[in-house]
Design a protein around this ligand. Structure first.
Ligand code: CP
Ligand code: NVA
Length: 331
């Protein structure tokens, strides 16, 4: 049956079938080729999009903005400081108002219930731009990047997420891997193991798709990986946890030894970004002065030919464009 995502929300990949996810990935690849060929689109012409950010962003905000401009739409940015959102007006009322003005709403914030509440009340598609427990547009870009760098079918690929295996990026990767039959490994300390309900959900889906879902702290788990992935050790809002995270996660830093342990010269390195891979940011430098080396990856991996992190960042734009075009576009 032909896939039709018109009018759908994009809150978590759990809501999408494997065919629907493949459709968005293929659409993203088509839109990327079109952009590379210099073809200007009109798939969002006449559409007004609003971006709501309660946490900071570089990639996600720019990806949405550029994608909307590329396809002829209009975009408005709101954050909590410069709007009534949350402080003087509930998210339910905000959703009801914005749904009268806009054709689609992106939201980045803390609680998944907020993005769900927006979707329940806006009357127009709502797209999740990151919450504490999910980051579905990120996972689409990640798998698009894996597809660009492997000759294998996805259901023969193995992706290993290293570090905080219960964060938002780890969870969205678990969801996309289980849907697409990709072998997923979370390599991290048992104190930061994924929640049992997430593992149970992914394993149940994996029974249908062939995806194996594993996690543990043994380095041998990275063997045979097609992609090593990591993320910062303390996500937005968790900065006070840095000392304990450094203690727990230093053994899971992605170094050239970890890359070598994959025993796969073609293994790619992925990272959602932003990344602490040196001491050139104020945060990494300040933490180092306090005695905390917060680098989750070393430069010999981050800057290596195996690293595809900037292709991955670019793919945020193509995949986000695909999500908007699929759900509200003039297709
Ligand atoms: N990867 C990602 O979501 O980046 P930003 O926080 O810059 O949007
Ligand atoms: N886990 C990170 C992802 C940033 C894109 C965070 O939530 O801060």
């Amino acid at each position: 049956m032909a896939v039709n995502l018109k009018g759908r929300n994009f809150l978590t990949l759990k809501d999408f079938t494997p065919d629907e996810i493949r459709y968005m990935l293929n659409l993203a690849a088509d839109l990327k080729s079109k952009k590379r060929a210099g073809i200007r689109g009109d798939l969002l012409s006449g559409k007004n999009i609003v971006l709501l950010f309660e946490k900071t962003s570089t990639r996600t905000r720019c990806a949405f903005e550029v994608a909307v401009h590329d396809e002829g739409g209009n975009v408005t940015f709101l954050d909590s400081k410069s709007s009534q959102m949350g402080k003087k007006e509930t998210m339910v009322d905000t959703a009801k108002v914005l749904g009268r003005f806009f054709d689609g709403i992106e939201y980045r914030g803390y609680d998944q219930a907020v993005v769900e509440g927006l979707a329940a009340n806006a009357g127009v598609p709502v797209w999740n731009g990151l919450t504490d427990i999910d980051h579905p547009t990120q996972a689409l870009a990640d798998i698009m990047t894996l597809m660009e760098n492997t000759k294998k079918p996805l259901n023969k690929c193995k992706l290993v997420f290293c570090g905080d295996t219960r964060n938002n990026v780890a969870y969205c990767l678990m969801y996309i891997c289980c849907k697409l039959g990709i072998h997923y490994v979370g390599w991290g300390p048992k104190e930061l193991a994924p929640a049992q309900d997430v593992v149970d959900y992914c394993r149940a889906v994996g029974k249908e798709t062939g995806a194996v879902i594993e996690y543990g702290d043994d380095l041998s788990l990275v063997k045979g990986a097609d992609a090593l992935y990591t993320d910062i050790w303390a996500s937005m809002g968790e900065e006070d946890k840095i000392p304990e995270r450094v203690k727990l996660l230093t053994p899971f830093k992605v170094t050239k030894e970890v890359l070598a342990a994959t025993e796969n010269d073609d293994c790619i390195f992925l990272h959602c970004l932003p990344s602490f891979h040196d001491f050139d940011t104020t945060m990494a430098a300040e933490q180092m002065k306090l005695g905390y080396d917060i680098r989750e990856v070393t430069d010999d991996v981050f800057l290596s030919p195996n690293s595809k992190v900037f292709d991955e960042a670019e793919n945020r734009m193509h995949t986000i464009k695909a999500v908007m075009v699929a759900t509200i576009g003039n297709l």
